[in-house]
Design a protein around this ligand. Structure first.
Ligand code: NAD
Ligand code: MG
Length: 397
């Protein structure tokens, strides 16, 4: 008898992580069945994915795009049902016919479906780090209460997950701290005084990874690493001071666990997200990912340096926000999403991203009630976005 296939929903299937996930899935048709896909804008890509993977459901944000997809699907004789809006995403994430959810939406927009998947006890493959940065304790409670299996997809967190002992309760007694590696992005060696005028095209040109535009800008500011420090705090239940960051320009070591006895465990591989994606999809098994293998005979340097606080002032905000009242990380995330969008739209300078984040944090100390709900967090997220936009108009004036 063959084992039942894993039924997978991919939220954000047209993005960088979404398409890499479908690449891995396509190699293993006997293991995975794609039952749901979702996209925000790219109807043509979503249609091509429906044609190939024949999901039961596809979700788009508005009726106009949904009609376009329905017309194309009907003409091609594909039976995928097209649903519309944020509630449809939440329903897909929690649907009975779904075993696993790949959360590959970018930004806080992914929080509600992630929570729904967690509460419904799914295998939750989490790429959408912003959802955990905003959701924090509420997110982790939903995972535990729902009996979900939370599998990190972010390469650093997958690395830590792979290096930690199986018996999760013993972490604290065995490990001294973890070290997240960071490439340093395209401006790793740039004179900080020259960063003011960099363009969106320069900022998204990452040396090692091909990714969506938002995370690429975050890598250039190192806000991506700040979000990952916060993500690690929740995923692995670590104190902020036990999460450290080192720049490793080659992106070969994806992160490390430093044990009490001084032993260091690292996970290595070529910089290709298909590796952590395949690990999450098959966990605890291992399957072919399609990534190039690491060739140690051609590997030259593995180098390391401390992040320069003048070049990357945003990094420190992670620890500051984690030590501040609950909700501060949600404010930081919202400010950063707004600032990055404004930078990509050409309305603020690259270096203003940090000013917006720092000033928004100063102006909006969160006042969440104990045991904040999703609605409380979303309301705080909206207020933080308003504050960030206000800060940006002042910066422009
Ligand atoms: P992307 O921009 O390439 O794709 C984002 C996907 O989400 C697209 O399918 C888009 O249609 C959808 N989407 C965007 N806004 C949405 C909204 N408001 N509502 C619903 N759907 C929406 O981004 P990406 O690079 O694939 O990153 C996705 C997530 O994975 C991010 O949180 C990112 O930080 C994380 N991540 C990405 C990488 C990478 O290599 N790309 C690595 C680690 C973590
Ligand atoms: Mg990462």
């Amino acid at each position: 008898m063959t084992a039942a296939r894993q039924r997978l929903a991919i939220l954000g299937s047209t993005g960088s992580i979404g398409t890499s996930t479908l690449d891995v899935v396509a190699r293993h048709p006997e293991r995975f069945e794609v039952v749901g896909l979702s996209a925000q804008q790219r109807v043509a890509e979503l249609f091509a994915q429906c044609l190939r993977f024949r999901p039961r459901v596809a979700v788009l944000p508005d009726e106009a795009r949904a009609q376009e997809l329905r017309a194309r699907l009907a003409a091609a004789g594909v039976a995928t049902e097209v649903r519309v809006g944020a509630q449809a995403l939440v329903e897909l994430a929690a649907a009975d016919e779904v075993d696993s959810v790949m959360a590959a939406i970018v930004g806080a927009a992914g929080l509600a479906p992630c929570l729904a998947a967690a509460r419904a006890g799914k295998r939750l493959l989490l790429a959408n780090k912003e959802a955990l940065v905003v959701g924090g304790a509420l997110f982790m409670r939903a995972v535990h209460e729902g009996g979900a299996t939370l599998l990190p997809i972010d390469s650093e967190h997958s690395a830590i997950f792979q290096c930690l002992p199986e018996d999760r309760r013993s972490w604290r007694t065995r490990i001294a701290h973890i070290v997240l590696t960071a490439s340093g992005g395209p401006f790793r060696d740039r004179d900080p005084d020259s960063l003011h005028g960099v363009t969106p095209a320069e900022a998204v040109a990452h040396p090692n990874w091909v990714m969506g535009r938002k995370i690429s800008v975050d890598s250039a500011t190192m806000m991506n690493k700040a979000l990952e420090v916060i993500e690690a705090r929740w995923l692995f239940d670590l104190a902020p001071e036990d999460i450290r960051v080192v720049i490793h320009p080659q992106s070969i070591i994806h992160s490390m666990v430093v044990c009490r006895d001084g032993s260091v465990l690292a996970q290595l591989g070529t910089p290709d997200m298909k590796v952590p994606i395949a690990y999450g999809l098959a966990y605890p098994e291992r399957i072919e990912s399609g990534a190039e293998r690491l060739d140690f005979t051609t590997l030259k340097d593995l180098s390391f340096q401390a992040p320069d606080a003048r070049r990357f002032p945003g990094l420190q905000l992670a620890w500051d926000a984690l030590r501040a009242p609950e909700g501060t990380t949600a404010v930081l995330n919202a400010a950063n999403e707004e600032a990055v969008a404004a930078f990509l739209a050409g309305t603020i300078a690259f270096t203003a991203i940090h000013s917006v984040n720092a000033r928004t944090l100063d102006r909006l100390p969160p006042d969440l009630p104990a045991s904040a709900t999703l609605d409380d967090l979303l309301a705080l997220d909206r207020r933080a976005r308003d504050t960030a936009r206000q800060v940006m108009t002042e910066i422009a004036a």
